[in-house]
Ligand binder design. Structure first.
Ligand code: ZN
Length: 251
């Protein structure tokens, strides 16, 4: 039986109008940054890798703790993670990959193509990128450390990735079958519960129709149990079980 944890490693303050699509309100908005850990299978599975401390300083992000330290506090040595599912290649999900030195990174083909393709030069996309970390996709691939996948895929029995796109070209979300229902790790297919629950888009996207369709996919996959884990919402700690500071047990 799988156990799923959300591990918070940083926080950032914005305003609603900087984040939600066509939002006029200047109300404050706090993002929490997470990686997710799935235990109970033959080996641990990590979802995303966070970023390094240089990024926290450069972007004015507070309360940074290394994602590797959070994984260790959850009982797993960072070097003992054999698979990291990368939901997408934004800096806050990919730039920390070196913290997990033996992981194979599973990334959607559309996502790799996008960030190595013609749009990386535009500020609208570059601001979400860490170019040095993206460049390492090539060397890691030749070192047999990147598994490029396409569409929906079983990772382990009852544990799947689903390509949804929208926020980024090849964004994938993760489902985990548990005794209490299907946990849906939305990552940035729904940064906040407000996104998926009111079908509210965010400003950063490659396809608005795909982003809207992803909200419906999340609801369908989650079913009646609604074990939805939003990607950057502080409310995750209120909806699920706070085990200790920064460690939230989903199931
Ligand atoms: Zn993110």
């Amino acid at each position: 039986m799988y156990q799923v944890y959300a591990l918070k490693y940083a926080e950032r303050d914005l305003t609603a109008c900087q984040f939600f699509y066509r939002e006029a309100s200047h109300a404050p908005l706090t993002l929490h940054y997470y990686v997710w850990l799935i235990l109970g299978g033959p080996h641990p599975i990590l979802v995303d890798t966070g970023f390094l401390d240089d990024e926290a300083r450069a972007r004015g992000i507070r309360n940074y703790v290394s994602p590797a330290a959070m994984v260790e506090r959850a009982g797993i040595k960072p070097g003992d993670v054999p698979i990291a599912l990368i939901t997408h290649l934004h800096y806050d999900h990919w730039a920390g990959h070196s913290l997990f030195p033996r992981a194979e990174y599973w990334i959607q083909r559309d996502e790799v193509a996008f960030w190595t393709g013609p749009f990386g030069r535009y500020e609208a996309f570059r601001q979400s990128a860490n170019p040095d970390a993206l460049a390492r996709l090539v060397t890691l691939n030749y070192a047999n450390r990147v598994r490029i996948i396409e569409g929906d895929r079983e990772v382990l029995p009852g544990l799947r990735v689903h390509r949804v796109g929208g926020h980024t070209a090849g964004l994938q979300i993760v489902t985990v079958e548990t005794g209490r229902g299907t946990v849906v790790l939305t990552s940035d297919a729904s940064h906040f519960y407000r996104n998926v629950e009111t079908r509210q888009p965010v400003q950063i996207m490659t396809s608005l129709p795909e982003m809207l369709a992803a909200f419906e996919t999340i609801h369908t996959l989650a079913g009646a149990e609604r074990l939805i884990v939003a990607g950057h919402d502080p409310e995750v700690a209120d909806r699920f079980e706070r085990v200790e500071p920064g460690i939230i047990k989903i199931v």
